[in-house]
Each structure stands twice: as structure tokens, then as C-alpha cells.
Design a protein around this ligand. Structure first.
Ligand code: LLP
Length: 425
């Protein structure tokens, strides 16, 4: 991941840039993203999935990290985009993202959001519950458009990940329960402004095994078989969701094919067995594309030694820019950017600066001797950090700097106190 390796450079180098210099130039906390890394991941998707298998498509799950510049990068890589809100959709529109390549998700899309999607000719709407069909039909009729949809199926599978980021288990707010599918299908066929293309499932996030995908494909194949048998419906598209896990601390990294080969093989196998035409297979990874492309830089301030207990090292950010440790107990790895060659022989706890005891970024981190003013680099913060950040305690959000071939540029400006009071009356 860009460790300099050499002894002559003592600062941590990320994507060709000196992180201590970046901290000086832009201030901290600072989100830093590597465009090179993002493009590398998109390249892998094209090489190992889209070009490897016929009838495949990949969309980027933009909830992981979205700005106008990110939308432009995804567009230039030729991937589609998954959005889950009017705000994500609006960002895509404003970045001139091709709307036919946008998939609109959500378990409770509002009428306004659906109207924005329909007016702008969004490529697919993924329907989460039966009454949503009526709402889409009503709006589509008003605009005289026939909307392409997929039905999100809840396959009822418990996968191994944090329970807050499981989505495909039976007891879930997401998707159509297996027991209701045929009733929903019949309703779908009765509507004039709705064109059903197929099915979607999403099992959860930060998944590190591929077996649950295989099981889900079998369940979907069964639905495809029955839909054909009962109604003569030919499934044209099967969207297998995202969720591919990445290494944060000790986990082993998985390449794309670890997930996608078994998915494709299982779809092919089942289609042959049931005599079905193989549908277009869609994947929608978010974290896998951007997670490792991001780091966050902080400056160390307060160092509090509690005798015989522990040392709290406070940084100038915390749970506002990275809520994942406090929300999910997520673990992160970090180093001191300005002491990269010094031995890490102290154990400290990295605390944030906000008014919550739960505002801890890293428990029991091994670092060299820490001093106020040192720069801490937390790794793997590209996904679900900036996108889940908040203004608690009325703190402005950090800037986002994008690195490309050794050059840095701001893609999101640092918020100011003026931004904080902008909408106050
Ligand atoms: N497709 C759908 C329908 C989704 O709901 C999600 C994520 C994805 C794709 C992309 O999942 P990914 O490939 O990024 O795992 N805030 C949580 C993660 C929530 C994920 C929600 N849905 C976290 O920080 O771990």
C-alpha cells in the first residue's frame, strides 16, 4: 500500500505523496483518497469480471463514497452506479453521470425521490416492497414513461458479519420476503408502466466468505425457474448485490474472483439445470472499490497517561469523520506518518475529540513514542467514512484530497464555521 520501504525517506508515502507534507498543506483531519488505487480496482473488475464473462455488468455502490469527482471517475471507468437516495442521485445528475447506468435502491424511497429518478430516466429502480409498485406506476404514468425495475428479494440467509450490516436475513427491513414473491410478481405483471427485468439480492457488507453468495444464487434460480414455469416470465437480469469484504487489520485480502467466479459458475450451473437462458449478471461492490483507496490523517494533541492503566492519545478528529469503530466496533490499523522507521513499542488508545466516551478510533494500538504534533495515518478509511460523517458538536467536516500519479488535488473543500450556521435562521 505505498510504504516507501527505503531508509532515506522517513515519512509515510501514500500513492506517491508524502503524507506529512499533505497534512501541512491542507491541515488535519484530512481524508486522502488514491485515484490510482480506485482505477486499479475498476480495472480488475473489467479484466476479471466484465471481460472475462459474457453478459455481465458492474455498478459502484456509491453509498461507500460519493462526490461529484468520484462519480466522474466511475463514469470514465465505464462502470454503472447504485444510488439509494435523492442526494446520491442528485450528485450523479450534477456530475453528468449517464442515467441509464444508474440503479436506484432503497427500502422507503419517497415520492419526491422516485419522481426525480423517473424524470431523469434512471436505468433501473429496485423495488423493495409491493406498495412501491403502485407509487412507481402512478409517477411513471404521469410522465408517460415505462420504468425498468428489478424486485429485491430477501433470500432469508444469515451471513457472518456485524449484525448491523447484515441485510439478507429473514428478519430484515430489506427486500421482499420469499413467501410473498408470487403475489408481488402477479401485481407487477398487471401494471402498464412497469417493465420487470429480473431480481436483486444483497446479503450484507464486509462479507469474507463466498458460500452465502452461492446459496443465494440457488434461491434466486429457483425463483427464476418458478417464474418461468408459472407465468412464462424470462428473467433478463440478476443483480447479486455487493458486500465483498476487505482487510482492515488481520483479515486476508480477497481478490475479486474469489467472489465473482463462484457466483457466475453457480448461475451458469443452475440455468443449465433448469433450462433457463442465463440472465445478465450484475454486481454492485462499494467498499471493495474504495475502502483501501482511502486513509485519514490526524494531528496528535492531548496525551493522557492514566497511571497503571493506559495511555489515551487524542487526535483532532474521531467519530464524526469515522463513526465505524463506535457503531460497529470496527478495527483499524494506523502508524505515525513522521516516525515510520521508529520501532512501535508502546501500546496506546487513540481517542477522538468529541463529547462521547465511545469516541475511540483504535483500541490498543502499537506505536513508536508518541508526541503532540505527530501525524497519525489511519488506513482503509475510503469506504463509509466521509459518506457517514456528521457535524456533531458543530464541527466542520474535513476536506477530501485526491491523489493521482504523485499529484494532489482537493475534491471536497474543508467545511467552515460559516457552513455550520448556513441554514440556521
Ligand atoms: N448494494 C446494496 C443494495 C447495498 O445495500 C450495499 C450496501 C451495497 C450494494 C454495497 O455494499 P459493499 O460492497 O460496500 O459492502 N455502513 C456500513 C456498510 C453498510 C452497507 C449498506 N449497503 C459499514 O460502514 O460497514
Amino acid at each position: 500500500m505505498g510504504y516507501s520501504g527505503g531508509v532515506s525517506v522517513s515519512n509515510f508515502i501514500f500513492s506517491g505523496c508524502d503524507t506529512v507534507e499533505l497534512a501541512k498543506k491542507y491541515g488535519t483531519p484530512l481524508y486522502v483518497m488514491s485515484e490510482d488505487h480506485i482505477r486499479e480496482r475498476c480495472g480488475e473488475i473489467k479484466r476479471d469480471f466484465i471481460n472475462k464473462y459474457p453478459k455481465t455488468k458492474a455498478v459502484y455502490a456509491s453509498k461507500a463514497f460519493l462526490t461529484k469527482e468520484m462519480a466522474r471517475i466511475i463514469k470514465s471507468e465505464g462502470l454503472g452506479m447504485d444510488v439509494v437516495s435523492g442526494g446520491e442521485l442528485y450528485t450523479a445528475i450534477k456530475a453528468d453521470f449517464p442515467m441509464e447506468d444508474v440503479i436506484f435502491h432503497g427500502n422507503n424511497k419517497t415520492k419526491d425521490e422516485l419522481t426525480l429518478a423517473i424524470k431523469n430516466n434512471v436505468g433501473r429502480i429496485v423495488v423493495d416492497y409491493v406498495e412501491e409498485l403502485d407509487l412507481i406506476e402512478e409517477i411513471a404514468k404521469e410522465y408517460n414513461k415505462r420504468m425498468k425495475i428489478l424486485l429485491r428479494i430477501n433470500p432469508g440467509l444469515d451471513i457472518q458479519t456485524h449484525k448491523y450490516i447484515q441485510t439478507g436475513q429473514k428478519d430484515s427491513k430489506f427486500g421482499i420476503p420469499l413467501d410473498n414473491i408470487y403475489e408481488v410478481l402477479e401485481k407487477t405483471f398487471s401494471l402498464k408502466y412497469i417493465d420487470l427485468l429480473g431480481f436483486h439480492f444483497h446479503l450484507g457488507s464486509q462479507i469474507l466468505d463466498n458460500e452465502s453468495y452461492i446459496m443465494a444464487v440457488r434461491i434466486m434460480a429457483d425463483i427464476m425457474k418458478n417464474a418461468k414455469g408459472k407465468y412464462g416470465f424470462v428473467t433478463k437480469e440478476l443483480n447479486t448485490g455487493g458486500g465483498y469484504g476487505i482487510p482492515y487489520t488481520e483479515e486476508a485480502g480477497k481478490d475479486l474472483n474469489y467472489f465473482t467466479d463462484p457466483i457466475i459458475n453457480e448461475v451458469d450451473k443452475n440455468c443449465v439445470e433448469y433450462n433457463l437462458e442465463r440472465p445478465l449478471v450484475i454486481i454492485e461492490p462499494g467498499r471493495w472499490i474504495v475502502g483501501e483507496a482511502g486513509i485519514t490523517l490526524y494531528t496528535i494533541g492531548n496525551i493522557k497517561k492514566i497511571p497503571k492503566l493506559k495511555t489515551y492519545v487524542s487526535v483532532d478528529g474521531g467519530m464524526l469523520d469515522n463513526p465505524r469503530p463506535s457503531l460497529y466496533g470496527a478495527k483499524y490499523q494506523a502508524v505515525l506518518a513522521n516516525k515510520i522507521n521508529e520501532p512501535a513499542n508502546n501500546t496506546v488508545t487513540i481517542a477522538g475529540k468529541y463529547c462521547e466516551s465511545g469516541d475511540i478510533l483504535i483500541w490498543d494500538l502499537r506505536l513508536p513514542k508518541v508526541e503532540s504534533g505527530d501525524i497519525l495515518v489511519v488506513f482503509t478509511t475510503g469506504a463509509y467514512n466521509y459518506s457517514m460523517s456528521s457535524n456533531y458538536n458543530r464541527i466542520p467536516r474535513p476536506a477530501v484530497v485526491m491523489l493521482s500519479q504523485g499529484k494532489d488535488r482537493v475534491i471536497v473543500k474543508r467545511e467552515t464555521y460559516e457552513d455550520i450556521i448556513r441554514n440556521d435562521i
